[in-house]
Design a protein around this ligand. Structure first.
Ligand code: SAM
Length: 278
């Protein structure tokens, strides 16, 4: 017995199905089922929830999510070598695991899940940020998901939860904090993974707020933040000069010193600027 279920230990699963890790697929597996159960627990109460998992691999976290009582898990995996191992888990939890072979950037996951929906994943690093940005920028808010519990490289996790004035503060922090609450809930050393990556990792838990913290047009906010941080060392009156000669007045209208740099400006002020430019 493995501890959380009656399935074989993950090292056996990997050996049986020949799942040698591939760098091109961002494969750094978690083989300790106590750890995957802990990550699943940090996603909140899963009972009564459908859970979306990206990149289940050999299924360590999948097993954690099912053992923690998820109503259903929908798992999207690009590596077809992993499918037999995942089928074994599906058989142990009848009707509760749907495996979707394919690329998470292309699959229409919403069609496979019913609310309430939580997302929990040890993400492939090469697509992690792209997926997060997509989840944070749906056409309507609140989003379909209630929470995101995601593994990132520690440096990316810091960028998501960063406060103004810090080196890590930028587009990702503003995006994540405008309509959601984000915090780091767990740190993982590189040695927790097989094979170990070059850097440490952290789990970030993001909860969707019912409404944005401050009113702002979504597209306008995203555009002005991108322009401001594109040249983060420059004064805003210069990095935003693409907005035309009236930009200094708009900055002042939003309560921002035109000579300030993007990294010192709060979310509230960026929202005011997006409104002024709207
Ligand atoms: N969840 C497993 C664990 O914790 O041990 C594996 C995590 S590993 C960091 C990332 C997984 O994502 C791998 O199984 C990889 O094959 C899969 N993957 C990589 N790119 C993907 C993509 N675009 N869509 C879906 N899965 C992908």
């Amino acid at each position: 017995m493995s501890g959380i279920d009656a399935l074989p230990p993950l090292r056996e699963v990997i050996a049986e199905h020949g799942l040698s890790a591939r760098k091109s697929l961002g494969q750094n597996f978690l083989l300790d089922l106590n750890l995957t159960a802990k990550i699943a627990r940090s996603a909140g109460d899963l009972t009564g929830c459908d859970v979306l998992e990206i990149g289940p691999g050999p299924g360590g976290l999948t097993r954690g999510l099912l053992a923690m009582g998820a109503r259903r898990v929908v798992a999207i995996e690009k590596d077809t070598r992993c499918l037999p191992a995942l089928e074994q888990i599906a058989a142990a939890y009848p009707g509760r695991l749907e495996i979707i072979p394919g690329d998470a950037l292309e699959v229409d996951w919403a069609a496979h899940l019913n609310g309430p929906i939580r997302v929990c994943a040890n993400l492939p690093y090469n697509v992690g940020t792209e997926l997060l940005v997509r989840w944070l920028t749906p056409e309507t808010w609140p989003p379909l998901w209630q929470s995101l519990t995601l593994m990132f490289q520690r440096e990316v996790a810091e960028r998501i939860v960063a406060a103004p004035g810090s080196k890590a503060y930028g587009r990702l922090a503003l995006l994540a904090q405008w309509r959601a609450e984000a915090r780091i809930v767990m740190d993982l050393p590189a040695r927790a993974f097989t094979p170990p990556p070059k850097v440490n990792s952290a789990v970030v838990h993001v909860t969707a707020l019912p409404e944005p913290r401050f009113p702002a047009p979504a597209e306008g906010l995203s555009k002005v933040v991108a322009a401001a941080f594109n040249q983060r060392r420059k004064m805003l009156r210069s990095s935003l000069k693409g907005y035309g000669p009236g930009i200094e007045a708009k900055l002042e209208e939003a309560g921002i010193d035109p000579t300030a740099r993007a990294e010192t400006v709060s979310l509230e002020r960026f929202c005011a600027l997006a409104r002024a430019l709207d």
